[in-house]
Design a protein around this ligand. Structure first.
Ligand SMILES: NC(=O)c1ccc[n+]([C@@H]2O[C@H](COP(=O)([O-])OP(=O)(O)OC[C@H]3O[C@@H](n4cnc5c(N)ncnc54)[C@H](O)[C@@H]3O)[C@@H](O)[C@H]2O)c1
Length: 331
C-alpha cells in the first residue's frame, strides 16, 4: 500500500479482525494505554461535545496519541438513546488513523465495535486493580449493549459465578439471562429492584439516567462499582451520598469532572477534587495505590478515553495489513 492509499475497514471486517486477535492482547493493549496515561505519556485533549438536544443526542470528537506508536487517531462517536426505537444502535463510532510522521490518513474504520469493546475492557481493567480478590457475585443495572460488553470483558478476567441483573424493561432481564447463561457457565438472577442487584461484590451500572438509580444504603462495604453510564454532562447513576463514602478512581480527571459520574456532585459542590483518589492509569502505573483494604467501597468513573480506542484500533489496523483485508481508497 502506498502512503496515499487509505484502508477502509467496515464493521464486519473490524469484527472479523477482532476475532483473530487474542483477547489477552487486547486487554493488555488497553491496560498499557491506561498505564501510559498515568505516566503522562499520551496526548489526549478532553472530548469535544456537540449537542443535538432536539434529537436527544450528541457527538463527541476524540483525538489522541501515545508515545509507543507512530500513528495517532481520532474517533467521532455519537450517542442517540432514541435510536433503539428505529433499530439503530445508541452508540455509533468511526475511527481515523493518521501517520505521525507525515500526517497522512492511513485508515478509516468502524469504531462502534471498538467503542463497545474498549468500554467493557476499561471496566475489566479497573475491576482487576480495584475489586476485592475472589469477587464472585456481580450485579448489573441497565442491560443494554454496554452491559453485554462489560460482562464479556469481566468474565475472562475474574471469578464471577453469579450475576444479579436489573433493567426497567422486564424483557431485557430475561433476554440478558438467556444470552449470558448460553455464553458463560454462570447463574444469572433477574431481580425485582435495583436494590437487589446491588447485593454483590462487583456492581456495573450502564443506564443513561440523569437521576441516580443506586442508593448509598444499598451498597455494602468492600463493593467495587464500575460506573459506566454517565458519560455526558448532567448524567448521574449513583446517589451523591455514595460518592462521599467511596474511594473514587476516575479514568481522566478533566473529562470525568465535565461528563463522568462525578460531574453532577462536582457541579453542585457535594464533592471536590480532594475527594478523588486518583486516575486509573496511576494505579496501573504503580504511582498510586488501588484497593488498600477489603472494606473500601471503590467507584471507577468511566467516561471513555480516546487512547483506549486508539490502542485497539492500532491492533485492528496491524491485523488488517497482516491479513491483506479491507478496501483501498484514494482521497
Ligand atoms: N463510559 C463509557 O465509556 C461509555 C461508553 C459507551 C456508552 N456509555 C453510556 O452507557 C449508557 C448505556 O449505553 P448502552 O449502549 O448500553 O444503551 P442501551 O440503550 O443499549 O441500554 C441502556 C439500558 O438501560 C436501561 N435503563 C434505562 N433506565 C433505567 C433505569 N432507571 N433502571 C434500570 N435500567 C434502566 C434501558 O432499559 C436499557 O436496557 C449510555 O448512557 C451511554 O452513553 C458510556
Amino acid at each position: 500500500m502506498t502512503e496515499q492509499e487509505i484502508l477502509f475497514l467496515n464493521q464486519d471486517i473490524v469484527i472479523g479482525l477482532i476475532d483473530l486477535i487474542d483477547r489477552k492482547d487486547v486487554f493488555t493493549a488497553v491496560e498499557r494505554a491506561f498505564g501510559q496515561h498515568g505516566r503522562k505519556k499520551v496526548q489526549m485533549p478532553p472530548k469535544t461535545y456537540l449537542n443535538f438536544s432536539e434529537h436527544n443526542g450528541d457527538a463527541r470528537i476524540m483525538p489522541s496519541s501515545t508515545d509507543f506508536s507512530d500513528i495517532f487517531g481520532t474517533k467521532i462517536v455519537t450517542v442517540f438513546p432514541e435510536n433503539s426505537k428505529i433499530g439503530l444502535p445508541t452508540v455509533i463510532g468511526t475511527i481515523l488513523l493518521n501517520s505521525k510522521e507525515t500526517g497522512v490518513l492511513l485508515a478509516i474504520m468502524d469504531g462502534t465495535t471498538i467503542t463497545n469493546l474498549r468500554t467493557g475492557l476499561a471496566g475489566a481493567v479497573a475491576a482487576k486493580w480495584l475489586a476485592r480478590e475472589n469477587s464472585s457475585v456481580a450485579g448489573m443495572v441497565g442491560l443494554g449493549k454496554q452491559a453485554e460488553t462489560q460482562l464479556l470483558a469481566l468474565m475472562p478476567a475474574g471469578d464471577i459465578q453469579t450475576v444479579r441483573v436489573y433493567d426497567l424493561n422486564e424483557d431485557a432481564k430475561f433476554a440478558f439471562k438467556k444470552w449470558a447463561e448460553e455464553e458463560f457457565d454462570i447463574e444469572v438472577i433477574p431481580t425485582d429492584s435495583v436494590k437487589e442487584a446491588c447485593d454483590c461484590d462487583i456492581l456495573v451500572t450502564t443506564t443513561p439516567v440523569r437521576s441516580p438509580v443506586v442508593k448509598s444504603e444499598w451498597i455494602q462495604k468492600g463493593t467495587y462499582i464500575s460506573a459506566i453510564g454517565a458519560d455526558a454532562e448532567g448524567k448521574q447513576e449513583l446517589d451523591s451520598r455514595l460518592m462521599m463514602r467511596a474511594k473514587i478512581v476516575v479514568d481522566d480527571i478533566v473529562q470525568a469532572s465535565h461528563s463522568g459520574e462525578i460531574n453532577v456532585p462536582f457541579s453542585t459542590g457535594i464533592i471536590s477534587k480532594e475527594n478523588i483518589h486518583c486516575e486509573l492509569g496511576e494505579v496501573v502505573a504503580g504511582i498510586k495505590p488501588g484497593r488498600e483494604n477489603d472494606d473500601e467501597i471503590i467507584v471507577f468513573d468511566s467516561t471513555g478515553l480516546a487512547i483506549q480506542d486508539l490502542a485497539i484500533a492500532m491492533l485492528v489496523y496491524e491485523k488488517a495489513l497482516e491479513c491483506g483485508v479491507g478496501t483501498k481508497l484514494e482521497l
